[in-house]
Write a protein that binds this ligand. Structure first.
Ligand code: ARG
Length: 468
């Protein structure tokens, strides 16, 4: 083969200069990231536009050249937006595809775009821009679910629910209080995404392949153009680090776990055994065999897909753990992991936000389930309050009362005066007669308690916080 022919055989690659043989097709198929990273295109174009302006400022491009490149990039962006962009088999990834098309449009000038840049700092930059947008979208979705929780809580401001520990009926609570527990979790989730974003607010571009760009590019200027607080401080770290992605996935995994717990409760509550909630037809599915079935598939899939999101965190951390500095091709795998987890999480948030307000709560059945022996703690509290009995002793007296109720099938309120006296002289009919789930919750006016006044205040506070 002559030198000329060798060149043409591999010249479609940007890095072909030092190669003699073309890449094996099987390797091209194995290494391509285009099917995944094409989602980065708006950020890749934005990053390139800022880079061009940095090059102009550093006098590495003339103004005219800069303008032509920015215009060309605008055209590429429009083609991509319109779905008119023609990808080529030889496009390894979105970065090469965009640069290839730009060069078709503006000619050899396109070859100047990559001055002082590597795909390593380029892709790290794209990813941070993508993460910033995704965090904003996730925050909106989280706020949407919080709003749905508040709506349902407001609509059922006084509905009672048995609160559980160990999945055993424990004490009455307000349904609104229960729903607001999830609101709290989601508020912390939003905080976690925000915290991660604050740490990720640095521009990797300018780090070059690993050692820093070989030209005096004003990185702080480029950072400002792209809305970053400052450039990254260490070029090796800038291209080898994926903390921003890991933190996103950690926040996503915790959020997914919260959604899974909520979903699990919806599965339980919609069962005939609980019967607290009826799923709207639009959010349930039937059985292909059993005509009576109405299945909570939406909640089950929210619960089930948590595995994917938690798995994504583990997958990324495992990918990172053995990598020597700085860039390694392993890092390309971050995107498939990240994009899938982000989409999965967002769809779960959206579907729950749509479904919650459509649920029909059987408040009568819930209130009945919140009555009975769940009020035993209140008897003990009343003994402490009215008779000054130490709580431990009160607990023991009520324990004996509960034993009697269970043995005789009598309700707490229905034990007759003689029987009460026999269990303890401190137990009086007026003390047990006044027990109700509503009174039980009303006592709990402590900060964070389930009393209606407290929950109303919590709801108002939640509404104020949500708009942030
Ligand atoms: N597609 C690559 C990625 O996503 C771009 C960086 C390629 N850099 C390299 N040195 N091969 O990571």
């Amino acid at each position: 083969m002559t030198a000329r022919r060798r060149r043409t055989a591999v010249s479609s690659k940007a890095w072909a200069g030092r190669f003699v043989e073309p890449t094996a097709p099987i390797v091209e198929r194995f290494t391509t990231s285009l099917p995944v990273d094409r989602a980065l295109y708006p950020y890749d174009v934005a990053g390139s536009v800022a880079h061009v302006r940095g090059l102009v400022r550093a006098k590495l491009l003339t103004r005219r050249e800069g303008t032509r490149l920015v215009r060309g990039l605008g055209r590429v962006l429009r083609e991509l937006d319109a779905g008119a962009f023609r990808f080529r088999k030889k496009d390894e990834d979105i970065h090469m595809a965009i640069e290839r098309r730009l060069t078709e449009l503006v000619g050899p000038l396109g070859g100047k775009l990559h001055t002082g840049r590597s795909r390593n700092d380029q892709v790290a930059t794209d990813l941070r821009l993508w993460l910033r947008a995704e965090c904003a979208a996730t925050d909106t979705a989280l706020a949407g679910l919080q709003r749905a929780l508040r709506r349902v809580a407001t609509r059922h401001a006084t509905a009672l629910l048995p609160g559980y520990t160990h999945l055993q009926r424990a004490q009455p609570v307000l349904l609104a209080h229960h729903l607001l527990a999830y609101h709290e979790m989601l508020a912390r989730d939003r905080g976690r995404f925000r915290d991660g974003q604050a740490r990720a607010d640095e521009l990797p571009l300018g780090a070059g392949a690993l050692a820093g760009a070989g030209f005096a590019i004003d990185r702080a200027y480029v950072a400002r153009l792209l809305g970053f607080r400052r450039p990254t401080a260490n070029s090796l770290d800038a291209v080898g680090d994926r903390d921003a992605a890991a933190e996103f996935l950690a926040a996503a995994a915790i959020t997914a776990v919260h959604l899974s717990r909520l979903a699990e409760e919806l599965v339980l509550w919609s069962s005939e055994e609980f019967g607290f909630v009826e799923l709207p037809d639009a959010f349930a599915t039937g059985s292909s065999m059993m005509p009576q079935k109405k299945n909570p598939d939406v909640a089950e899939l929210v619960r089930g897909r948590t595995g994917r999101v938690v798995g994504a965190l583990v997958a990324l951390l495992t990918t990172l753990k053995g990598l020597p500095l700085a860039y390694n091709r392993d890092l390309q795998e971050d995107k498939a992991i990240l994009f899938d987890a982000a989409a999965t999480l967002r769809s779960a948030l959206d579907v729950l936000a749509a479904m919650l307000p459509a649920l029909r709560f059987s408040t009568g059945r819930m209130a009945r389930a919140a009555d009975g022996l769940l009020l035993a703690t209140d008897v003990a509290d009343l003994l402490v309050e009215r008779q000054g009995i130490p709580f431990r002793q009160a607990h023991e007296i009520v324990g004996a009362l509960v034993r009697h109720c269970l043995a005789t099938g009598t309700g707490l309120r229905d034990v007759d005066a003689g029987e009460l006296r026999r269990i303890s002289p401190r137990l009086t009919p007026d003390l047990v007669r006044q027990l109700t789930p509503a009174r039980s919750v009303a006592r709990r006016t402590v900060v964070g308690g389930t009393a209606p006044v407290t929950v109303r205040r919590a709801l108002a506070r939640a509404a104020r916080q949500d708009v942030r």
